[in-house]
Design a protein around this ligand. Structure first.
Ligand code: URA
Length: 279
């Protein structure tokens, strides 16, 4: 007789959920809204929510794509106004925390807005993709495993206390997915205002999602990394040299690529410390 007892279904389910949680998947969501009325399905019981979430493009579905576009445009106009009104980084952080125009804030994974760390007069601004789980819990960017690697790279390059760190979006995307270009566009006025207030000499863009959004380019990160680009603000009043490099989360998965990221950092430090003009 076979003595091997099969694990109880509950244990199997718990271990599968632990596996997914480990991989950063801690909620379920879909990009497209389901029209349950048309599909003749019954809705699951609604969870009580503290306040109604503003409709986002993703939640609105294809029938109201125009309305969603108008809402996204309105959110960008509002973000621009709030960002412009912020006189310093404290006011900017408060404006971001109160901003209700980015759908990520209501997407399920986000606990709080995650804006910045590092000195407000840093000569280098590092812009990542968006907060992960650890950042969401602690309210600071790059404090998880990828952030610890980033800190070691910054220290090795002699840049400790010389970098201001932020992201292209300020709320954790569900399941750690890449933020959409629309979500990045809504948050962009706050990123631009942060650049204006900190006034760094150089931008370092971590990963494809950051490089593409900030530079409005479509090449992959391997084609862009290690090259100098000119970043321009929307109204073209600000210009800064910007270098894309590999994201530290990618380096954790592909340690052999650290060489490339290191050579990018070295070239950034050389340009930063150039005696003549840094840009
Ligand atoms: N990855 C990012 O892009 N940003 C963070 O803040 C953390 C991880």
């Amino acid at each position: 007789m076979d003595q091997t007892a099969a694990p109880a279904p509950q244990i199997l389910i718990e271990s599968l959920l632990a596996f997914w949680a480990d991989a950063g998947v801690d909620c379920l969501y879909q990009d497209e809204a389901i029209d349950r009325i048309a599909a003749g399905l019954t809705l699951p019981p609604r969870r009580a929510e503290p306040s109604p979430a503003p409709m986002t493009a993703a939640a609105a579905g294809p029938a109201s794509a125009d309305a969603a576009k108008v809402q996204a445009d309105d959110a960008i106009v509002l973000a621009r106004r709030l960002a412009a009104e912020a006189k310093d980084l404290t006011e900017l952080a408060a404006a971001i925390a109160a901003f209700e125009g980015c759908g990520l804030r209501y997407a399920g994974a986000a606990r709080q807005a995650v804006f910045n760390r590092g000195p407000s007069d840093a000569p280098v601004m590092i812009i990542g993709e968006g907060p992960g789980e650890e950042e969401d819990v602690r309210g600071e960017p790059f404090v998880g495993r990828a952030g610890q690697l980033l800190d070691r790279m910054i220290a090795a390059a002699g840049l400790t206390d010389r970098v201001f760190i932020t992201n292209t979006v300020f709320w954790r995307p569900p399941g750690n997915r890449t933020p959409t270009p629309e979500e990045q566009k809504v948050c962009a006025p706050f990123v631009e205002r942060a650049i204006e207030l900190v006034s760094p000499k150089i931008l370092l863009l971590l990963g494809a999602a950051s490089a593409k959004a900030m530079l409005k380019r479509e090449e992959g990160i391997l084609a862009m990394r290690g090259r100098w680009f000119e970043w321009r603000s929307t109204d073209e009043s600000l210009e800064l040299p910007a270098m894309p490099t590999l994201h530290p989360a990618f380096l954790l998965r592909q340690p052999a690529a650290k060489k490339k990221a290191w050579s990018d950092l070295v070239s950034l430090v050389q340009r930063l410390d150039r005696p003549d003009r840094p840009h």
